[in-house]
Design a protein around this ligand. Structure first.
Ligand code: PBG
Length: 331
């Protein structure tokens, strides 16, 4: 039956009816807040260092990271995700698996201060290597996949040993989920889940993150390991392979321009799906809001709800704290 028997507007005619038929919910518990923890000289000067392109996001000294984690727990956020900025870098990125490294120290400090908070850690080498690539290099400057696997597995185990609830490899090496799973199991961390950045694209939306984490490649780019934004079928294959290798959850990244893949990965896998609303996506909203072009609160809640509608069970977002406050005000 079509118009005039059918009138779609009937169920939109009051706030009560709209609430009754709302298909998608958004809760603070579904949001993950990324934290940049630094042990560099900058945070010795002041424990919170602003990041130019990301108003409201800071590089944090350990003490400040613990404060942020406590706030995240108070706001009811689902988890925090830690990124480390080490005091020194080297060719192989050995700071990544250092038992006294910045992420390892931060995990222990947050675990002790806020025991109930879920702590995820980003597992990658790019913040720790002098060249800024996500793995060890061949002579010709390309990333050596198989050598890198051991380094990633060591890094993941060191995070688990420090007390991380889940490890999230973001490097895009082939076989890393299996390598990490085997090493975690061998070292007594069979219960530690893996969130694989399964469909991670070589994206220009990571620009502000690289400023924040000081991880811009010294030469070349990441197209030799991250996905081509033109390739959806290949992204789905990556996600299916990661599940086969033992990923407990998979992530699509970036989020805004990749809703088709959030939806496809959700449909084709049976694991929880995360979407990473990345740094450049955050900066765009902040810049447009600061210029008065959009209403920040409305736009952020619309974006996060839309990512949930596309199929994301979990959204990693720099807007997490504000979103949690706004959601609390609404209810
Ligand atoms: C590390 C990593 C990156 C991001 C998350 N983990 C940067 C990159 O791959 O260059 C980007 C996150 C963001 O832009 O918010 N490999």
């Amino acid at each position: 039956m079509a118009f005039p028997q059918t009138r779609m507007r009937r169920l939109r005619s009051s706030a009560g009816l709209r609430g009754l038929v709302r298909e998608t919910d958004l809760r603070a518990g579904q949001l993950v807040l990324p934290l940049f923890v630094s042990s560099g000289a900058d945070v010795v000067q002041a424990p919170r260092q602003p990041i130019g392109a990301m108003p409201g996001v800071e590089r944090l000294a350990l003490s400040a990271a613990v404060e942020e984690a406590r706030l995240a727990a108070e706001l009811g956020l689902g988890a925090v995700m830690l990124f480390g900025i080490p005091a020194a870098k080297d060719e192989h990125g050995s700071g990544a698996w250092d038992e006294e490294g910045v992420v390892q120290l931060a995990v222990r400090a947050i675990r002790a201060a806020v025991p109930e908070l879920v702590i995820l850690t980003d597992v990658c080498l790019c913040e720790y290597t002098t060249h800024g690539h996500c793995g060890a290099l061949h002579e010709d400057g390309s990333v050596d996949n198989d050598t890198t696997l051991d380094l990633l597995a060591r890094t993941a185990v060191s995070h688990a040993r420090a007390g991380a609830d889940m490890v999230a490899p973001s490097d895009m090496m082939d076989g890393r989920v299996r390598a990490i799973r085997e090493e975690l199991d061998a070292e007594g961390f069979a219960e530690t889940p893996i969130l694989a950045y399964a469909a991670k694209f070589a994206s220009a939306f990571y620009g502000p993150f690289r400023e924040a984490a000081d991880s811009t490649p010294a030469f070349g780019d990441r197209r030799g390991y991250q996905l081509d934004p033109a390739n959806g079928r290949e992204a789905l294959r990556e996600a299916l392979l990661d599940v086969e290798e033992g990923a407990d959850m998979v992530m699509v990244k970036p989020a805004l321009a990749y809703g088709d893949l959030i939806s496809a990965v959700k449909r084709e896998t049976n694991v929880p799906v995360a979407a990473y609303n990345v740094s450049g996506e955050y900066s765009m909203v902040k810049a447009a809001a600061a210029a008065g072009h959009v209403d920040e609160r409305a736009v952020v809640l619309e974006i996060l709800t839309s990512l949930r509608r596309a199929g994301a069970d979990v959204v990693v977002t720099y807007h997490a704290k504000d979103a949690a406050r706004w959601l609390a005000e609404q209810s």
